[in-house]
Write a protein that binds this ligand. Sequence first.
Ligand SMILES: Cc1cc2nc3c(=O)[nH]c(=O)nc-3n(C[C@H](O)[C@H](O)[C@H](O)COP(=O)(O)O)c2cc1C
Length: 169
Amino acid sequence: MTDALHTPAAVTLTSFRDAMARLGAAVHVVTSDGPGGRAGFTATAVCSVTDSPPTLIVCLNRNASAYPAVVANGVLCVNTLAGGQAGISNTFGGKTPMAERFAAGTWSTLETGAPVLEGAIAHFDCQITERTAVGTHDVLLCQVVAIHSDTAAPGLLYLDRAYHALHGG
Ligand SMILES: Cc1cc2nc3c(=O)[nH]c(=O)nc-3n(C[C@H](O)[C@H](O)[C@H](O)COP(=O)(O)O)c2cc1C
């Protein structure tokens, strides 16, 4: 067969990124605090592994400014953004100084001391239990030690390199 479906495209950085842009993903602000200081970054590379024990993976670029703090603190909170929070996603999405990022939100804590963002639809407060380097990123295995979720507010989707606020109901 030689039709488009059966002729594989070359796997390049661009073809991989373009194909991944077609996968819709929830948007999270991942935060940390502790001896390494307060830090945070925007992430879509967050996924459930198992509910027994409740475990997530978070993929973090080792060049990100938040990386040293996240590793030193050994804890993080995954704050899953609501439909109206695209602005804070951009603020945590790169280049903005850490103090300015945190000035853009209102914060509390659960168990670990990692910052919990007011208005997010779910908060997964985690201990990092394992860290594995894969290419440019570290895959962080995160055990969830506290949860808070507000199921009423609709979520935020990142798809085709754009934000889409989901509608409730
Ligand atoms: C929508 C969106 C999703 C992102 N997802 C990830 C991710 O899953 N993992 C990651 O390491 N960086 C991700 N980034 C990039 C980081 O948020 C950004 O590189 C990080 O804040 C580091 O920037 P800095 O080094 O300027 O602080 C994402 C950015 C955006 C805008």
